[in-house]
Design a protein around this ligand. Structure first.
Ligand SMILES: C[C@](O)(CO)[C@H](O)COP(=O)(O)OP(=O)(O)OC[C@H]1O[C@@H](n2ccc(N)nc2=O)[C@H](O)[C@@H]1O
Ligand SMILES: Nc1ncnc2c1ncn2[C@@H]1O[C@H](COP(=O)(O)OP(=O)(O)OP(=O)(O)O)[C@@H](O)[C@H]1O
Length: 289
């Protein structure tokens, strides 16, 4: 049996450079893994038993629609492995939250099956499969602090963010990533683009104030007008003394950078009373490879 913890991510920056001919958007974003995680365990089965998944994902009715199932099928088919597999999922990352909950589960499947079947595949081979299933999965395989370009699948390791306390607030609405990107053209002329160079410089200097100043996400301009609660959450987090607060990915989760764990606990206990939301105190996580 193999067990993998699948970390969520936040976007320290998210910039869109243009629309691509394949319908996706060209992005440039600094991504950071955090220690909020799902846990997946993998056990070999006989081939005729196929892929059996235990554990529900809200809104995903059929097991075959789960990214976990799709990733396992892709792995077994690609490497012509004549075996079944049983996968047990403990879900902690909220779904459709902007935290890459589905992508990180898929990445965990690639890592888990690589170990279970003793394939010794390198990160490049795993990333090749990841790209076929989703833009964020390659980052979820790598973890740590990365600059992601292309659709999000081209990764460059950059200076790691110093270990930092983060508070996550996920209001009880689900946001479709496809919908957010589809509506970006309506706001694109009025957005303030994040400065990825400034972010990278601050990361090199381990300057948390500088990191806070350089946070930016152009997708806020699409998601916040539709879900104004996100702006209220950002404001409250600042009022309670967070160093900075911003929406992650396509939203609706807001993350706040907080100076220490005591402050994080204080903010969690206060903000839980203000909003109908899932609230977590977490830390930044290190890379997987
Ligand atoms: C918002 C982010 O989470 C930021 O990290 C990602 O860019 C989204 O990554 P993801 O969830 O893995 O996205 P995918 O599953 O590949 O695509 C979901 C949908 O988002 C849109 N999409 C996604 C990535 C991208 N660079 N451009 C896009 O336009 C496409 O319409 C696509 O149909
Ligand atoms: N294992 C899974 N976990 C979560 N969602 C899944 C999974 N498998 C399929 N999905 C589908 O993927 C959709 C997006 O879920 P996810 O939690 O990855 O969103 P997200 O956090 O916004 O991701 P991202 O930040 O990559 O855009 C869900 O609404 C769900 O229908």
């Amino acid at each position: 049996m193999v067990t993998i913890n699948a970390n969520a991510k936040i976007n320290l920056t998210l910039d869109i450079l243009g629309k691509r001919t394949d319908g996706y958007h060209e992005v440039s974003m600094v991504m950071q893994s955090i220690n909020l995680f799902d846990t997946l365990t993998f056990t070999k089965l006989d081939a005729e038993e196929g892929i059996i998944l235990h554990g529900d994902v809200k809104g995903v009715a059929k097991p075959e629609d789960n990214l976990i199932y799709k990733a396992a099928k892709l792995f077994l088919d690609t490497y012509k492995i004549n075996s079944g597999v049983e996968i047990n999922l403990i879900k902690r990352i909220p779904v459709a939250a902007g935290l890459a909950g589905g992508s990180t589960d898929a990445a965990a499947v690639f890592r888990g099956l690589n170990e279970l079947f003793e394939m010794n595949l390198g990160i490049n081979a795993l990333c090749k499969m990841a790209e076929q299933l989703g833009s964020d999965i390659s980052f979820c395989l790598m973890g740590g602090t990365m600059l992601a370009t292309g659709r999000g699948e081209i990764l460059q390791e950059i200076s790691a963010m110093p270990k930092t306390n983060i508070v996550l607030v996920k209001p009880k609405v689900d946001v479709s990533t496809a919908w957010v990107y589809k509506n970006y053209h309506k706001v694109q002329d009025s957005v303030i683009h994040p400065d990825n160079k400034a972010m990278r410089k601050s990361l090199i200097k381990k300057d948390l104030q500088g990191i806070c100043k350089a946070l930016g996400n152009v997708l806020e301009y699409v998601t916040i007008p539709e879900y104004p609660e996100i702006a209220k959450i950002k404001q409250k987090l600042s009022d309670y003394g967070a160093m900075a607060a911003m929406m992650s990915g396509s939203g609706p989760t807001v993350f706040a950078i907080v100076e220490d764990s005591q402050k994080a606990k204080d903010i969690v206990s206060k903000i839980q009373l203000d909003f109908d939301a899932d609230v977590f105190a977490v830390e930044t996580a290190e890379k997987n490879f």
